[in-house]
Write a protein that binds this ligand. Structure first.
Ligand SMILES: C[S@@+](CC[C@H](N)C(=O)[O-])C[C@H]1O[C@@H](n2cnc3c(N)ncnc32)[C@H](O)[C@@H]1O
Length: 287
């Protein structure tokens, strides 16, 4: 296998944070999940938090969704005001969001490498990782994940397509993210029947009029199909009831599909790049 290197590539023994239990404080406002007594939200750098979770959770987490900074070299302030005129950004009420600024690509790759290596250790033997990125770094991350998981354990490169305004006039509008899906072993969970969706109207019409349309393969139109590896979900900005004002918020429908496909009831599910440097480990499945 080709090797992929960058300046000062290394894995150091992670230093475990001391995790202090305070209280569970879900703001039950718009866009936040309902309180679950068996879930945890941990504030801190996820490197030290994951190290602290190792003694209890190594080889135990069934599904990890990771939505790290994308190497955009931008700052993302959070928009906290509601009902403001979206055409007047200078009037928006803003709070500190997060910085996605790096001295170079090497420091970013090192950041990902150390964290993805710990996620691998935390994953259960039949567990799955979904790493959410975009064109800035997805190609590099694929090589890192091949190294950590083994190229044979690559499952899907999912394209999340969306639309929206863009100032770009010199290229096609960049309107998709890439989600890399890797399993820890061949024995991974994939609940195909839980994520089926209806066939398109044109497929239904075609097969109803001519059963030979599929070269001998007749789809089960009632049961629906397993989705392709490209998904369309509108960005949250347009779904006002979900919107929290967080700049890079991902739609619930996207997470729902991931959770349904790759976890079972009462499985452990973790999101290590939750929000404002918060790391979220939760138990159970949203059904
Ligand atoms: C792309 S955003 C995640 C957005 C989130 N998935 C959502 O739907 O709202 C990346 C997040 O990672 C957090 N983050 C960055 N570095 C981190 C670190 N070392 N430990 C924990 N969280 C971190 C940032 O604060 C930011 O909230």
């Amino acid at each position: 296998m080709p090797s992929f290197d960058w300046k000062e590539k290394h894995l150091s023994a992670p230093i475990a944070a001391t995790v202090i239990q305070d209280s569970i404080t879900y703001p039950n406002g718009r866009g936040y999940p309902k309180a679950r007594p068996d879930g945890k939200i941990i504030l801190g750098d996820n490197l030290n938090v994951m190290a602290a979770l190792l003694p209890e959770y190594e080889n135990r987490i069934n599904l990890i969704y990771a939505d790290p900074p994308f190497f955009t070299n931008r700052k993302f302030p959070a928009r906290v005001g509601r009902g403001e005129d979206s055409r007047k950004p200078s009037k928006w009420k803003l709070a500190e969001g997060y910085h996605d600024s790096w001295t170079d690509i090497d420091s970013y790759l090192q950041f990902l490498y150390e964290r993805l290596s710990l996620m691998y250790r935390l994953l259960a033997p039949n567990g799955t990782l979904y790493l959410h990125l975009d064109w800035h770094a997805d190609a590099y991350a694929r090589l890192i994940l091949d190294e950590i998981f083994g190229a044979d354990n690559f499952i899907n490169e999912i394209i999340w397509a969306y639309h929206g305004p863009s100032p770009i006039r010199s290229a096609f509008n960049r309107k998709h993210d890439t989600i890399l899906m890797y399993a820890k072993s061949k024995d991974y969970v994939f609940n195909a029947d839980d994520v089926r969706e209806p066939y398109s109207q044109s497929t239904v019409t075609t097969f109803k009029s001519s059963p030979k349309a599929g070269f001998g393969k007749i789809p089960d139109l009632e049961r629906g199909k397993v989705p392709e590896d490209w998904w369309y979900f509108p960005v949250v900005a347009r779904l006002h009831n979900e919107r929290t004002g967080y700049p890079t918020q991902k739609p619930e429908a996207l997470l729902e599909r991931i959770i349904l496909a790759s976890s079972n009831k009462n499985d452990l599910v973790a999101d290590f790049f939750f929000r404002f440097g918060y790391n979220f480990v939760s138990c159970g499945k949203t059904r």
